[in-house]
Design a protein around this ligand. Structure first.
Ligand code: CO
Length: 134
């Protein structure tokens, strides 16, 4: 069911500072910041040869990563995104097996313009998992 790792997301309190670390200290190619108000984040993509890292900064009062940053003041790994061919089939298989999908289970359009779903971390080794249909 799972394909490639699409991205690893790291929540950060200061996107400009995190961008500087990845660009200047680590020597990676980093995109311009992109505000995604419907997801409550501003995101920067770190382009790597085999995958991407997304740096996420809270945007707005109701940001879904605000509580995470409150608990992890210097930031931290937030989720892993795996690619799937058919997100509805993946959701149905997972929920039939007892896994919990966050929200109402309807895929949303993610940062790359593709349908995404998030799976409950308690069902996946304490890690928030995102599925993206590619
Ligand atoms: Co993501």
């Amino acid at each position: 069911m799972l394909g490639r790792v699409n991205h690893i997301a790291i929540a950060v309190p200061d996107l400009a500072a995190a961008t500087a670390v990845y660009r200047d200290t680590l020597g990676a190619r980093v995109s311009q910041p992109q505000a995604l108000p419907e997801h409550g984040v501003t995101v920067v993509f770190v382009e790597l040869p085999n995958t991407k890292v997304e740096l996420l900064e809270p945007l707005g009062e109701a940001s879904p990563i605000a509580a995470f940053i409150a608990k992890n003041a210097s930031g931290g790994m937030h989720h892993v995104c795996y690619e799937v061919d058919d997100i509805i089939a993946a959701r149905d298989r997972l929920t039939a097996g007892g896994a919990r999908v966050l929200g109402d289970g309807t895929p949303k359009i993610g940062a790359h313009g593709k349908p995404v779903l998030f799976l409950h971390p308690k069902d996946f080794q304490g890690t928030l998992v995102e599925l993206e249909q590619v």
